[in-house]
Design a binder for this molecule. Structure first.
Ligand SMILES: Cc1cc2nc3c(=O)[nH]c(=O)nc-3n(C[C@H](O)[C@H](O)[C@H](O)COP(=O)(O)O)c2cc1C
Length: 218
């Protein structure tokens, strides 16, 4: 795929079939993840590629109540939305419900793990939430997502299971010092899969020289 086409159509795909993925394709997308940059090239992340139906089902049992609880407020907020926004939010919620009810049958869940003790976390002493450590994990997640997109597979970055991290660590038998950053279900999509995304324009997201000056629209 053209790189820009892949990036601009990499939307969250939550309706994923149980059909198997060609093992060669799985190997290619896992390899793409390993190409990601990390602080000091320490590569302080690993993937546990979950294909075992029993483990996937356990992950679904943990995920479903988290999704249901997370979306309570959102469903309420939706009532006040204008019709077009409401329709698109309802679609995303339906797809999210689908994932929460079918996570156990997607062919692959790539669980991204990280080890903070081998990470260069340059903002760890700042009086705010630290984010730099994530920079040594999420580029690998994005590489895998883009590679899956390139292979015509559906996928979505999820993090709700981090709220049940102790149980996930136990389930996956993670060693001491290894934690979880993302859980990415991957497989052939039900229906259209990836497609156009809605994002804020560049002049909202980017400033020129100083914060107050919007990047000029060309
Ligand atoms: C850090 C992060 C965490 C996310 N966690 C979840 C999640 O737990 N479950 C889920 O269904 N989607 C999750 N998403 C997907 C986002 O909801 C989705 O990317 C966003 O709403 C934009 O949707 P679109 O790409 O389809 O336009 C997450 C995305 C990111 C970047």
């Amino acid at each position: 795929m053209d790189m820009y086409d892949a990036m601009s159509t990499l939307r969250a795909v939550r309706r994923i079939k149980s059909d198997p993925i060609d093992p060669a394709v799985i190997n290619r997308i896992l390899l793409a993840a390993t190409w990601a940059p990390t602080g000091g090239n320490m590569q302080p992340w690993r993937i546990v590629a979950v294909e075992d139906p029993k483990i996937k089902t356990e992950l679904q049992h943990l995920y479903k109540p988290l999704w249901d609880a997370y979306t309570v407020g959102y469903r309420r907020k939706m009532e006040a939305m204008p019709a077009d926004e409401k329709a698109s939010s309802a679609g995303a919620l339906d797809a999210g419900d689908y994932l929460a009810n079918n996570l156990g049958s997607v062919p692959l869940i790539a669980v991204f793990c990280f080890n903070p003790s081998i990470m260069a976390i340059t903002d760890k002493d700042q009086p705010r939430a630290s984010v730099v450590g994530g920079g040594s994990v999420y580029p690998a997640v994005q590489n895998l997502l883009l590679a899956a997109r390139n292979e015509g597979l559906g996928c979505v970055l999820t993090t709700l299971l981090c709220m049940e991290e102790p149980r996930v660590r136990e389930l996956l038998q993670l060693p001491d010092d290894w934690y979880t950053a993302a859980h990415v279900p991957v497989g052939h999509s039900v229906g259209g899969g990836h497609g156009p995304i809605r994002r804020k324009p560049v002049n909202v997201m980017v400033s020129q020289d100083t914060w107050d000056k919007a990047w000029p629209t060309v």
